[in-house]
Design a protein around this ligand. Structure first.
Ligand SMILES: *Cc1c(COP(=O)(O)O)cnc(C)c1O
Ligand SMILES: [Zn+2]
Length: 421
């Protein structure tokens, strides 16, 4: 296992402190040696771990340790048994999407309520193993919740650079509740990344944002677990939301590795869905360009997608678009809230950013990119309770489910009968 620069190809040891980017400015990528990896042996190993409970390798990330961070000593793993999330089929969602089969992979069921846990358990374990005592990130709210949770679990310090505005209050409060030190900043996520890129190392901070290649390694487990749950037969398409593009990078990389090892033989395509007000990657791909023009003031109801300059775009371009024959789409806030209401009402539930998947899928089916005879898995990234303000907005779009009644002593059964009509 080593680091390789995505841009100039320079190699570096993965155990060097302060290393996220190459001197040339390119992103580092983790390169594994899978030449002696046996697919059938791995399948048996992963199956065997399914019967373990509360051991370091029993979670949905570290179960796949050999493909994620083979060199980390098992006793240095900081885990909340993240992953292990549900995979659901629902007839009304399938109909709304208009495809042959549709699965929802609910990363929203992670311990801190978002898929960030899949990557964070690896980044935090790695950083503390390297000897750092302080962890840092900037965030639209879910990265910070996740990092603060693991830092607290490991008795390490969390320093969070959180935009003062535009972050859901639920996420900011969750982060603070885990005991993190909060720096509320002007500007947004993009400004926070610039600050950490420049000053983190001199402040002794280990950066747990997705420019950290170990985050990407951990998030590959989303597609590993999906493939495992589907008995190593993946659907035609995997649809995910795109903000900082860590998942697009990680799932694309994970698919390539599954094929390289021989764990799967199909080649699912990836669709990355952005919110219209924060869609620099979609605009780049659509226009056939190979360099990204940032969106200066990203804006969308899906606060997790409020990113104008996604740092991982070169990785996402390579792994999700070039290697996985991927496509992009953008959706409006109205489409996102409408899709969210559908996902909530079928009992799965999600925060707005996750609903961009279903909204984008509907667009791609309507436009003929995805066929009605094809099979699809959508990745739901964040929990319903992550953004209560958005719940109110989505509810206002539909008919109300609530009747106001007098005190129970004066409540007549007729009122209830009327409601049930
Ligand atoms: C972080 C986040 C995203 C964006 O994912 P990227 O990997 O940054 O593109 C989407 N949805 C939710 C809920 C998130 O927390
Ligand atoms: Zn380089």
């Amino acid at each position: 296992m080593k680091f390789v620069c995505l841009q100039c190809g320079r190699e570096a040891p993965f155990s060097e402190r302060g290393l996220y980017r190459c001197g040339c400015g390119g992103l580092f990528d983790v390169l594994h040696d899978y030449s002696r990896t046996d697919a059938e042996q791995l399948k048996r190993l992963f199956d065997a771990r399914l019967s373990e409970r509360n051991t370091p390798l029993s979670g949905g990330v570290w179960r796949y340790k050999e493909l994620i961070h083979p060199e980390l000593p098992v006793d240095r793993i900081i885990t909340k048994y993240e992953g292990n999330t549900g995979l659901y089929e629902n007839e009304s969602l399938r109909k709304a999407a208009g495809v042959r089969r549709l699965w929802m992979k609910a990363q929203s069921e992670n311990p801190s309520g978002s898929f960030k846990d899949n990557g964070m358990t690896v980044a935090v374990s790695h950083g503390l193993w390297l000897g750092y005592e302080r962890l840092a990130c900037t965030s639209t709210g879910n990265t910070s919740s996740s990092m603060a949770m693991y830092a607290a679990l490991a008795n390490a310090e969390a320093v969070i650079f959180l935009p003062a505005e535009g972050v859901s209050q639920n996420k900011a409060l969750q982060t603070e509740a885990y005991g993190a030190r909060m720096v509320r900043t002007e500007g947004g996520y993009d400004d926070g990344i610039v600050f950490l890129d420049r000053y983190a190392e001199s402040l002794g901070l280990y950066v747990c944002n997705s420019i950290n290649p170990l985050r990407i390694e951990g998030q590959k487990s989303i597609v590993f677990e999906l493939a495992h749950q589907m008995r190593w037969k993946l659907p035609d398409w995997i649809v995910l939301p795109g903000g900082a593009l860590s998942n697009a990078s990680a799932l694309g990389k994970g698919l390539a590795e599954l094929r390289e090892i021989g764990l799967i033989d199909s080649a699912p395509r990836i669709a990355v869905i952005q919110a219209e007000g924060a869609s620099p990657f979609h605009r780049m791909v659509r226009s056939g360009q190979r360099s990204l023009s940032p969106t200066p003031k990203p804006d969308t109801v899906a606060s997790a997608l409020r990113i104008g300059n996604p740092p991982n775009w070169p990785k996402a371009l390579r792994y999700a678009i070039d290697n996985a024959n991927g496509v992009t789409a953008s959706v409006t806030d109205e489409e996102i809230l409408e899709a969210k209401a559908l996902i909530d009402r079928c009992g799965i539930g999600c925060e707005p950013a996750s609903a961009a998947t279903l909204a984008g899928l509907r667009r791609l089916v309507a436009g003929g990119t995805i066929g009605s005879d094809e099979t699809v898995a959508c990745v739901l990234t964040g929990n319903l309770l992550k953004d209560t303000e958005a719940i109110e907005r989505a509810l206002r779009l539909g008919a109300t489910n609530t009747v106001e009644t007098p005190a129970p002593a004066k409540l007549s059964p007729e009122i209830i009968r009327g409601m049930l009509l």
